[in-house]
Design a protein around this ligand. Sequence first.
Ligand code: PEP
Ligand code: MG
Length: 584
Amino acid sequence: MSVAIHGQAVSRGVVIGRAVVLGANHLDVRHYLIEPDAVTDELLRLGRARDAVAQEINAVKAHVATLGAADAPTELAALLDVQLMMLEDQAMADGVRQWVIERRYNAEWALTAQLDAIGRQFDEMEDPYLRERKADVGQVVERLLAALKGESLSLEHVVKEHPQQDDTPLILVAHDLSPSDLLQFKQSVFSGFITDVGGKTSHTAIVARSLDIPAVVGARAASQLIQTDDRVVIDGDAGVVVVDPSDILCDEYSFKQRQGVLERERLGRLRNTPSTTLDGEAVQLLANIELPSDTEAAMAAGAVGVGLFRSEFLFMGRAKRNLPPLPSEDEQFEAYKEAVQGMAGMPVTIRTIDVGADKPLESNRGGQEKLNPALGLRAIRWSLAEPTMFLTQLRAILRAAAYGQVKVMFPMVAHLSEVRQALQLLEKAREQLLAQGQVFGDVKVGAMIEVPAAAVMAPLFLQHFDFLSIGTNDLIQYTLAIDRVDEDVAHLYDAMHPAVLRLIAQTLDAGRAVGKEVSICGEMAGDVGLTALLLGMGLRQFSMHPTQMLAVKQQVLRSDTRQLTPWAQEVLASDEPQAMLSDA
Ligand code: PEP
Ligand code: MG
């Protein structure tokens, strides 16, 4: 019987595929399909890992035997025996081999897949003692994974594309995925993903959008309702997941999928069309990127620059990539330079590190245990608390500016004191480079308007900055006091709330009054349902994921700001702006 699960629609499109459910502790495990001729080698890797773990457990056992009862409880020896037994269990070993031989899963993936399968059997056992043995199997698998890591291949090899074993797309289902986990999936075999938690503008959802694969977040119990190998449909437009769909339903979704492909092809023709309204107003469509290599997609979509480079992604997920906790000045410089060169002379706006809240830094886990991390030491607050790190980043950005047009932008400023300190540190970074005789370039300096206080103070901030960019994802979160990652309050997260619209309008007006650029780089800029309203409010710079750009351009081409401007004023004055959107 088919089951529909409703979540948050984060990434457009439809995919019909086979589910791969990941347990929460399996996210560090690499998932890829091996080549047919690599099966024997993969089984040998598993064999070597098993021998190494057996040796390890036997060594611990021997050590335990030399200790007295006070230092080593008898249960410990028994536990080690159980683990050895499990390691040698033929059914377990055969199960893992099967995943490798029949599915061509890599060894790590096969182990966790088998653990999930066995885990379900344990869960169904009536005897509580036997049920608890699930944890023992888990520990053995953890040991095996660690042993495999000892001889692990490079990340480049792991993420290298592997051919699908058949045409069925794979859909990743997990309780939660961090934005950096998701970034790792960028070159992986998955064609869609579903998570139990998360809101529409959580960073996981934002990265999903950049992957351009259908995705639904906040699907609550999806990871429990769906089992590995279930047939699943993701309708990324509606935010619906259908488990075990009927053939008729699959036909309907296949039709929708084909329509989506045709629509994309049609939009593709707009790539080189100048983004100008019917009445001749030029509108800049800029790209949001997470990695320097994303500039390729930005160029392909016809972006005229990068309006937001989320530099924090260079700082995240580093342990999994065997990198030092923080990127050095040179590593950052190379990354920024790559982005600048990738945009071939067009401007690149590098936002200084914005960690905290749903983008934790591995070396700063402590911060995440706070009750309200989104209100804590994040973004510019963190940078000002870590001036050495901040100066390193600023120097790297200034050096990259020697290779093209660079703009630097500070996230989440709210206090004038933060503005002053950030600008002083930028000046200090320049002085340090001068003293070192390093080559660097000029940068335009801007700030993000993400907290209501900053929107209200926009005229003051504009005295200190060359430009502003409105981060509507956070501006909505902080104006309405709605955690953007909490699916329980997602229904209250409302871009069309009059307070949000008025703060945006105020900021745009402040920029216009002094002739300085104000863009929007939050998800509102890529929402085609809002393009007309934002144009009417005077926005002329939209920054969004490249995947959204051509659809937004289509809206721009159909718009006439002479009509939209007075209409937008009515929407702004209305108590229920949402109701007026359809009149555009
Ligand atoms: C925003 O808050 O709108 C924004 C663009 O920044 P981020 O989504 O990275 O917090
Ligand atoms: Mg933000």
